[in-house]
Design a protein around this ligand. Structure first.
Ligand code: SF4
Length: 149
């Protein structure tokens, strides 16, 4: 079997959540289905939103607005504060990501940096919001999402 070139995820500890403190990674529909099992994706999304741990976010493109789901942003009321933009992910802890291997696909795709002075590598670069927005649009209309639990 060919060995993966990806560094072990434990190397994420090197940066202590640098990316997670800037903006939470974006979920794929499969991530939400796995975290919130239900008969339909609509129901899984409903459970995710009512958990108040995930939100529907959007990205404006020249062809319209695309919607996707990402973790909620932590705030001071939840006891987590950092000296950055204040847009850190609700799942970030001092020990790493609370979601572990169930972290959003965008987070899982990030290749951790090898050394303290290097940068992590995002294969999606600046296209993540658009790509995930298009992916979600193929499955569900998040722009007009309604759910009563
Ligand atoms: S889900 Fe986990 S890995 Fe992704 S941004 Fe939040 S804390 Fe970081």
């Amino acid at each position: 079997m060919q060995k993966s070139k990806r560094p072990p995820i434990s190397q994420c500890r090197l940066c202590r959540g640098f990316c997670c403190k800037k903006y939470p990674g974006i979920c794929a529909p499969e991530d939400i289905k796995k975290l919130f099992p239900a008969a339909t994706l609509h129901e899984s999304v409903g459970k995710a939103i009512t958990s108040k741990k995930f939100v529907i976010d959007n990205w404006e493109t020249s062809q319209g607005i695309l919607y996707f789901i990402r973790p909620e942003i932590a705030n001071e009321d939840e006891g987590i504060t950092y000296d950055c933009t204040g847009r850190h992910c609700i799942f970030l802890t001092d020990e790493g990501c609370k979601l572990g291997e169930n972290k959003p696909l965008e987070c899982r795709l990030l290749i951790p940096r090898k050394h303290v002075d290097a940068s992590c590598i995002s294969k999606l670069k600046h296209y993540a919001k658009e790509l995930f927005g298009r992916l979600w649009r193929r499955h569900i209309d998040l722009g007009n999402f309604e759910y009563a639990s």
